[in-house]
Ligand binder design. Structure first.
Ligand code: MG
Length: 269
């Protein structure tokens, strides 16, 4: 099931998105969104008799992380190599503030402090319940679903600072969406799901989640061994090779097979 957050100009609502995805992660034209009462993560699935054409609503970030977005660095061998790093022996964690989250179609702001803004297309795990010290074999129980992320990074600031807070923490540096897919098994990603990033329509990353060094259950176990995870927290699972620069005016799209496609434009404030 696809859980989205949307607005028709009024208060944001949650809804269930219907329709078939094409291979590019785009929905058929007549897709609809059925409104829900409240946040289904907390109150369960309560369908309202209220339906909109998807084309008539504006989608918002499908989750507002209650406390944190946990990033995982260098989780694809070829990406670690392209940045000149050895492979990590355990997952390399960092945090992005929840204020960095924006939704599909929202602008990503190119900050004046950087001259090397990069995209990083990533699979995002959405946590569904409070948890700590989750065993690998029980990770599925705490996962609400999956969405698409762009771990936008000021690469020059990442090198300069030696840690990631500023480079990955600017407002708008964590586009999420277009919705949360709740029906996928983590094994699907271990087996391999295609992940592509496009800049102005040209493919710049063409990876598969099968190349992740640490798989989804391992990441949930690892992160939760350090910090309590709350409903709505997000774990970014790392990016495949092919990261590269963005310029003001660029349109960047991250597409994950079976989930959907997330598009944002780079602008100045
Ligand atoms: Mg990343």
């Amino acid at each position: 099931m696809r859980i989205a957050r949307f607005t028709t100009g009024e208060e944001p609502q949650f809804g269930v998105v219907t329709g078939e995805l094409d291979q590019h992660g785009q929905l058929e034209e007549d897709a609809v969104i059925v409104a829900l009462a409240g946040d289904p993560m907390y109150v369960g699935l309560k369908l309202l008799e209220q339906e909109h054409r998807l084309a008539d609503v504006r989608l918002l970030a499908p989750v507002l992380p209650r406390s944190k977005v946990v990033g995982i660095g260098r989780n694809y061998a070829a990406h670690a190599a392209e940045l000149g790093h050895d492979l990590p022996e355990e997952p390399l964690m960092f945090l992005k503030p929840n204020t960095s989250v924006v939704g599909p179609g929202d602008p990503v702001f190119y900050p004046p402090q950087t001259s090397e803004l990069h995209y990083e297309g990533e699979l995002a795990i959405v946590i569904g319940r409070i948890c700590r010290d989750v065993p690998v074999e029980q990770a599925t129980d705490v996962i609400y679903g999956y969405t698409v992320a762009n771990d936008v990074t000021a690469r020059d600031l990442q090198r300069k600072d030696g840690q990631f807070t500023r480079a990955k923490g600017f407002d708008s540096f964590c586009p999420l969406g277009p919705w949360i897919e709740t029906d996928l098994d983590p094994q699907t990603f271990t087996d391999g799901v295609a992940l592509q990033t496009y800049v102005n329509g040209d493919v710049v990353q063409d990876g598969t989640t099968a190349d992740m060094i640490f798989d989804v259950p391992t990441l949930v176990a690892h992160v939760s061994s350090v910090m309590t995870l709350l409903p709505g927290d997000v774990i970014l699972t790392g990016t495949p090779e092919g990261v590269g620069p963005l310029q003001v005016g660029d349109e960047v799209e991250v597409s994950i097979a079976g989930i959907g496609s997330l598009t944002n434009r780079i602008t100045t404030r």
